[in-house]
Design a protein around this ligand. Sequence first.
Ligand SMILES: *Cc1c(COP(=O)(O)O)cnc(C)c1O
Length: 379
Amino acid sequence: MIGDDFAELKLFITGPILLRDEVRKAALLPEYGHRDSENIKRFGSIMSNLMTIAGNPEGYTPMIFNGSGTNVLEASVRSLVSDTDKVLNVSVGAFGDLFGKLSEANGKNLISLKFPYGQAIDLKILEEALVEHKPDVVTFTHNETSTGVINDVVSVCKLIRAHGALPVVDGVSIFGGAPSTIAEARPLMYCTSTQKSLGLPAGFGIGFVGDEALKKAEGVKNRGYTTDILAQITKARLCQTLTTPNGTLGNQMCVQLDYIVNTETVAVRFKRHEEMRKIAHDWVAEMDGYELFAQDGYRSLSLTTVKTPAYMTIDRLKEVKEHMRGHGYLFDPGYGKINKELQEQGTSPIFRIGHMADIMPDMLKDYLEALRGVLSSFK
Ligand SMILES: *Cc1c(COP(=O)(O)O)cnc(C)c1O
């Protein structure tokens, strides 16, 4: 039968992620009409639970875009950066670069500021760029999934605003695992998606859109249609999507967000992510020759990046991956482009430990024990 040979692997990659059984079962709930009274039974609670997970930031409306995280990021630049604006993209890795690419691909007037892999945004260097370029909009990443770095969103947003610019944040891999900080940071728009720390399959981009962003969009031409937050807002206020949503994902999201808010609770979920980060860090500390890759003080709550010893190579990490598959796990051998660059510089690659969404501390400990065993045969 089709599917008989689909492997039941525990995913420790950084998205898509392992799904709870209850989320998998929710895929069997009835299909519904997205303009029918059945829709609000799902999306009414989805919208209010999204606000709860976000920390109930006043003046923001959650918006659901079909597609994935990239679609909502593209919507943010199309809706918020005008033809006469200068947009400064601040990147600390591959996903930061993607945000810049989206501005460039849409013909925006882009300036790029990049930090070395493993480093967070340095406020002094950012300030110099703000003074030099005087951008109108600044885009940056909350949690850089390729390098395991988490930026201080509140400080970065405050600095951007102090220089008269408007911040837009990619929070894709952290939302649902740590505080969004939207209420304090007050970005124009905060973007995320379903298949990372929220513990759902991919399929929706989620945007928290401030009232200020709705005003700003009025002055932007060629916002597109599905990427236009002004087209989206009318439906979002009715707890609907602009175009037909994935009904299965809607059912699963309704069940999962209710679980996060009312069963696990947001505070406990965030604490669990802190605990898992500590488990990963303690494990690395015990591993001879292995080191944490991300800058101290800016290490992600949803994934850990590990610098390997000199004898490790990209090809060997692929072998590690296959060994881990034999143990029933999907191992993450690191972000391909970054490891290629590291190899070209003559340094060993990094790998990633995804510890987000509904991975439990004991599951992570078991995984790391298996990984310790596999890595010990490479020397
Ligand atoms: C995964 C990810 C994206 C891309 O999201 P897709 O859902 O794959 O489109 C963007 N930014 C960050 C930080 C991510 O982790």
